[in-house]
Ligand binder design. Sequence first.
Ligand SMILES: Cc1ncc(COP(=O)(O)O)c(C=O)c1O
Length: 354
Amino acid sequence: MNEIMTEIKITKVKESRVNQVDLENVTMGFNFTDHMFICNYNNGEWHNPRIEPLALIPTHPAAMALHYGQAIFEGMKATLGKDGTPLLFRPLENAKRMNFSADRMGMPLFPEDLFVEALKQFTAIEKNWIPTKKGSALYLRPFIYADEPFIGMRAATSFKFMIIASPAGPFFSRKIKLYAEKKYVRAVNGGTGEAKAAGNYAAAIRPTEYAKAKGYDQVLWLDAHDFEYIQEVGTMNIFFKIDGKFITPSLTGSILSGITRMSVIDLLRSKGFEVIERTIKISEIIEASQNRTLEEAFGTGTAVGIAMIEEIGNNDLSIKFPEENPVSVMVNDTLNAIKVQDIKDEFGWIVEAK
Ligand SMILES: Cc1ncc(COP(=O)(O)O)c(C=O)c1O
């Protein structure tokens, strides 16, 4: 990284708005912190990284992201450590995944060291916005979008990389019900499902509304070809415990590689559990439920942490999960404890933001 890029220009607000927000009772996504990070891309390079007071950003009506959807994002959370130091969870993994998404969507890669440095400096400045209630955190949203005004189908030549943040309370504090979707699909091999592309989420909105109207919390996506193989949930990867072993769908090309997913695999293995990454048919889950080998199931994601699953169903199907899920609770508690330094981070996942 050249020197100009490492130097992040900082302009702070005169007065923070943090006292206007009840951080102990916040819902993610409604309140935004005092500042934003911005970096511009044009003439083939990223330049002018800066942290400024949060403000509206002037956008040309022909900005290509608005028309052709060249827009990608990341999501991660900051917590406070024992001595009050802000902590990030595996930020380099988000940097790598964002560049994977950028590459797939024909967008310029962002320097990974600047991504991590920007997050550290931004989070340190917004430290007072990190809620301390159990399961709460400051949600960080890095994103890149095409801001070049142009009408026509080609990659844009001008982009913005930004980071904004929103304090978040615990997400699902109850068990969730999933709707196994057999009409709509999220992703196909060769498509953009492996990337964290904005358009993937746009395509999921209507099916999610339908699932909610039927009394479910989220969609369980199946493969686009046979509607048989389990892929992932709205904003989560999924794990099943069958006959003592954990199974999670392998990353076959249409599933987002979750950072919580990869951490849970390592954590479970470190506790002596067998974790298998392979394709899983929904019929296997039904069978395991019938022969009583289906023990637990949970979703994993930054926003939710670990979300215990109570039921998977649709119009003709209902799979109920056992009430007790001790290993899922252990995984959730351990991840949360690592994130606030209640227990030692033996994996080296935590990065101090200072
Ligand atoms: C579609 C999808 N799958 C899985 C995940 C879980 O990924 P992570 O654990 O990195 O948050 C997310 C959330 O980012 C998501 O949007």
